[in-house]
Design a protein around this ligand. Structure first.
Ligand SMILES: Cc1ncc(COP(=O)(O)O)c(C=O)c1O
Length: 437
């Protein structure tokens, strides 16, 4: 095995300190390294392996398609592309709309903004996004993101991006008295910004329907209010479902928790779309949006738009979610996960809040003092004890994801119930063992 430590530029880390094992195989909720050590995956790696590693029917679909035909450019038709577009439109209730395929979440979000601007006729229209959001790491996606890691790299104004405070009820930026009120006030701020700028100057609002890496789960009052106010003002709402889609939050798409009235105008998908088996993302346009592009030139494209191998993986993935009842499973196990984490919160003072639980996605926010909610370390710094927790868990064969004061739990939806229980028992034990000062 040739180690990549000195040859590959690795993401989101200091190169000189990258030191990870080489992963050579996986099955279900586990993967293993070249030395034969296996790890239970409590984050679906990058929150994308929703179907587990090496889902047999997805792997077979990729193999079958590879034997038939690997590549067709998007100026010609391709069977798996057509089939996947139909599946996605139907499941989202976007029947009669259109799908644009890209390679990852960042370029899906960039394209969603392009389409919203073109379809609304507001070519340089502003896009409203949230502080503490993540939409990708290409330049425009960094401008869209309110992410501490990339805040200094781009000027959002250059990309006509306006930011609003998040519906972060645990530390509500509006000083609200309840979670519901925080959601309402956060939505009302979006309305104020649209009204202040003028609705003809704002092309879209782009937000995560259920946030991921920044760890904020909006109160239930937020999304329906956001949908209603954008509709009233005729501003497109784009839901970034890159992480929250495909069962992660107990629905095909997280906004569906609020019913069909909460349906956005555009939606971006990636990660769970193929369960990480192939790089693929998509922008879904509702019919009233795609109709406006019907007789206009579309000045965009990517060589690998709707690559047949990736789309074949997507079709097989969508069928697997359905045939294996994984969306329901995520909802059921997500409720158990949440209940177990709440029990841990009663036991460990370091857990300030547990968020999520609609599906197999939960966030623990760690604090030094529960009453004052003082963060364990100033955001986005990571406390040494949390790093140590992740290290010890890995040593014991469980892979957890942490960021800042947050522990993000997002196991594959196929995780066995006893494995989930064991991983949570280990977490419980490590939370008790470590010094949180
Ligand atoms: C909500 C959200 N949007 C967009 C992205 C960017 O996706 P990608 O890394 O595929 O570009 C991510 C990635 O984590 C994400 O969580």
């Amino acid at each position: 095995m040739i180690p990549e430590r000195e040859s590959v530029l690795h993401s989101w880390c200091v190169q000189a300190s990258w030191d990870a094992p080489t992963i050579v195989g996986g099955a279900g909720a586990r993967f293993w390294d070249g030395a034969g050590r296996s790890y239970l995956d409590m984050s679906s790696l990058a929150e994308c392996v929703n179907l587990g590693h090496q889902h047999p029917r997805v792997v077979a679909a990729i193999r079958d398609q590879a034997e038939r035909l690997c590549f067709v450019t998007s100026s010609w038709g391709a069977g798996p592309r057509a089939e996947l577009a139909d599946e996605l439109l139907r499941r989202a209730g976007f029947d009669g709309g259109r799908v644009f395929f890209t390679l990852g979440g960042a370029d899906a979000n960039e394209h969603a903004v392009k389409f919203a601007r073109q379809a609304s006729g507001k070519a340089a229209g502003a896009v409203i996004t949230r502080d503490r959001s993540y939409h990708g790491a290409s330049y425009a996606a960094m401008a869209l993101s309110g992410d501490s890691r990339t805040q200094g790299v781009v000027d959002p104004a250059v990309f006509h991006v306006l930011r609003v405070p998040p519906p972060y009820a645990y530390r509500c930026p509006f000083g609200s008295k309840s979670d519901a009120q925080c959601g309402e006030l956060a939505a009302a701020r979006v309305a104020d910004v649209i009204d202040h700028e003028g609705r003809d100057k704002v092309a879209a609002v782009l937000m995560e329907a259920n946030a991921g890496t920044n760890g904020i789960v909006a109160p239930d009052s937020f999304w329906p209010a956001l949908r209603a106010l954008t509709q009233e003002r005729e501003v497109y709402l784009i839901a970034d479902e890159v992480m929250s889609g495909f069962g992660r939050c107990g629905e095909w798409f997280a906004w569906q928790r609020h019913g069909s009235a909460a349906r956005p105008d555009l939606m971006t998908l990636a990660k769970g779309l193929t369960g990480g088996h192939m790089p693929l993302a998509a922008v879904l346009l509702a019919p009233h949006v795609s109709a406006r592009l019907e007789n206009e030139m579309l000045h965009t494209g990517l060589t690998y738009c709707g690559h047949p191998l990736a789309c074949a993986a997507g079709v097989a993935a969508v069928r697997a979610y359905e045939e294996d009842s994984l969306i329901e499973r995520s909802r059921r196990l997500g409720a158990r996960l949440f209940a177990r984490l709440e029990e841990m919160r009663n036991k460990h003072a370091v857990i300030g809040e547990v968020r999520g639980g609609h599906g197999l996605f939960a966030v623990l926010e760690l604090v030094t003092d529960r009453a004052s909610r003082k963060p364990l370390a100033p955001w986005p710094q990571e406390h040494p004890a949390l790093k140590e927790l992740v290290r010890r868990a890995r040593e014991q064969g469980v892979s957890f994801a942490a960021r800042g004061n947050l522990l993000l739990l997002a196991p594959p939806l196929v995780i066995a119930e006893n494995d989930l229980g064991d991983a949570l028992s280990l977490l419980d034990r490590l939370l008790g063992e470590l010094e949180w000062k």
